[in-house]
Ligand binder design. Structure first.
Ligand SMILES: [Mn+2]
Length: 317
């Protein structure tokens, strides 16, 4: 049972337009694709988004609205999980995953792990971020990193922690990354210190391939034994040739075939009897139809989701 939740909010990054991402993915046939796989899928619509604040507001861009949308998402995700269904969140700005993962942490607690499939690590905090954009900080917030200070942004960071950070923050060994290729030096330093976390960069994938990367994901789960895995998919993990409709495109991403193999192997790992973890939920973030060509990025994202939910070429494997 999958419950789709849209989060049409995009004020925390550089280029607006991903507020139309949920509409793009619905128009690309997301619900139809899931149902054709025998998945019972229902669309719960969008979480409410407040009117955009003025650009002259000090602090993080779009902060007040971000906090409202992320908090609403947290509640919605927790409610879907409490009802025994799997949330599928459509973004929207990747900052909002702080809200959706917080909702999953409310439900699963310490036993939840997160696989961040993204060109970026999103592990910045106000004191390390080179841009000051919140969409590079959701994991920094969820892992409870960064110190206070007295700037306006530090105050807002405290507000976000108070509103979004669950009792148990995400421990380093509960975070995995796949597809990284643009990581800020302070983020890289943090990842190197993160004991028990999992990382497969694009270099690792070039060198050893997707199969080895997913073997690594499986080993990481076998060693750290989470009960559930939240998958956060930023479409910018895909090569921009394939997915031009996204705000922070970086060259050298996953090809179409590589991306589908990732989804298929994740499906095999998570839906197997002997897998310790089940799929907690999924975010599909940063699809920006304003930057896209004919909705191709949303179509690609929907095809990826179908593979994750078990679409195969010949049916049963
Ligand atoms: Mn991201």
């Amino acid at each position: 049972m999958v419950r789709v939740v849209g989060a049409p909010f995009d004020l925390c990054g550089r280029a607006a337009g991903s507020r139309m991402g949920p509409a793009g993915m619905r128009l690309a046939g997301l619900l139809r694709a899931l149902r054709s796989l025998g998945v019972e899928a229902e669309d719960l619509g969008d979480v409410p988004v407040p009117l955009p604040p003025s650009d002259t507001e000090p602090g993080f861009r779009g902060f007040r609205a971000f906090l409202e949308v992320a908090a609403a998402l947290r509640e919605r995700v927790a409610a879907v999980l409490a009802a025994g269904a799997t949330p599928l969140v459509l973004g929207g700005d990747h900052s909002l995953s702080a809200g959706s993962v917080a909702g999953a942490l409310d439900h699963f607690g310490e036993s939840l792990a997160v696989l961040w499939i993204d060109a970026h690590a999103d592990l910045n905090t106000p004191d390390t971020s080179p841009t000051g954009n919140l969409h590079g900080m959701p994991l920094g917030l969820l892992a409870d990193l960064g110190d206070g200070g007295s700037s306006r942004r530090a105050e807002e960071w405290e507000l976000a922690r108070a509103r979004l950070l669950p009792a148990t923050p995400l421990a380093p060994r509960r975070i995995g990354w796949l597809g990284l290729r643009e990581v800020d030096p302070p983020e890289a330093a943090r990842i190197r210190r993160f004991e028990g976390s999992f990382v497969a960069t694009m270099h690792d994938i070039d060198r050893h391939g997707v199969v080895a990367a997913l073997d690594g994901v499986r080993r990481w789960m076998a060693e750290t034994r989470p009960d559930a895995l939240w998958v956060s998919f930023d479409v910018d993990v895909l090569d921009p040739v394939l997915a031009p409709g996204t705000g922070t495109a970086v060259r050298g991403g996953l090809t179409y075939r590589e991306a589908h193999l990732v989804a298929e192997l994740l499906h095999e790992a998570l839906f197997r009897e002997d897998c310790p973890a089940r799929l907690a939920g999924l975010d599909v973030m940063e699809t920006n139809p304003m930057l896209d060509a004919g909705n191709t990025t949303a179509v690609t994202a929907v095809e990826w989701v179908a593979s994750l939910f078990g679409k195969t070429i010949l049916g049963e494997r």
